[in-house]
Design a protein around this ligand. Structure first.
Ligand SMILES: [Zn+2]
Length: 172
């Protein structure tokens, strides 16, 4: 394989670890990705297949964690449901500015809105891997930590993404 930029030789690493910066989630680490790197100019290409399924795994990991949702997770979940800020504000019964404050972290979401968002997500995308009542009962309403981290692992055999032990969301 040759580099698109300079024509140099490209090497491929099959089981790499990279941050997932595409989805606006600075804290998500992907394991098992294929990375092609040009030996001449250093240009790197990361292959991320099945993005839709990856996003479902991430969304499920976010709504099933026990602490409050972090601002970047709120934004990710809204977009994951395909909602504009205005549509999301309408469904949550708040002003658009409120949504913007939740997503930038300028104002905390609050326990009731946090639960409603989770319900919207699980209704939008039902899953058999958890019971909604258990999910809500297990919440502890602890604020999200400053430093977030989560991991998704690509499983080549099963051809898809899976959470690393239910996404190991650090609660440091
Ligand atoms: Zn190159």
């Amino acid at each position: 394989m040759k580099c698109d930029e300079c024509g140099g030789r490209v090497t491929t690493e099959r089981n790499a670890v990279r941050r997932y910066d595409v989805g606006g989630l600075p804290h998500v680490e992907l394991h098992g990705v294929e990375v092609s790197k040009c030996t001449a100019c250093g240009v790197e290409t990361v292959a991320i297949p099945r993005v839709g399924q990856l996003h479902r795994v991430l969304a499920q990991g976010f709504v099933t964690q026990h602490r409050m949702l972090a601002p970047v997770e709120v934004r990710f979940l809204r977009k994951h449901m395909g909602l504009s800020s205005a549509d999301f504000a309408q469904r949550m019964g708040v002003a658009r500015e409120t949504v913007s404050r939740w997503e930038t972290g300028a104002a905390p979401m609050g326990a009731v809105a946090d639960r409603l968002l989770r319900l919207l997500v699980v209704t939008h995308e039902p899953s058999e891997s958890y019971v909604v009542d258990d999910l809500l009962r297990d919440l502890n309403d602890r604020a999200a930590p400053e430093k977030l981290s989560s991991v998704a692992v690509q499983n080549r055999k099963e051809k898809g993404w899976a959470p690393k032990e239910r996404l190991e969301l650090a609660e440091a």
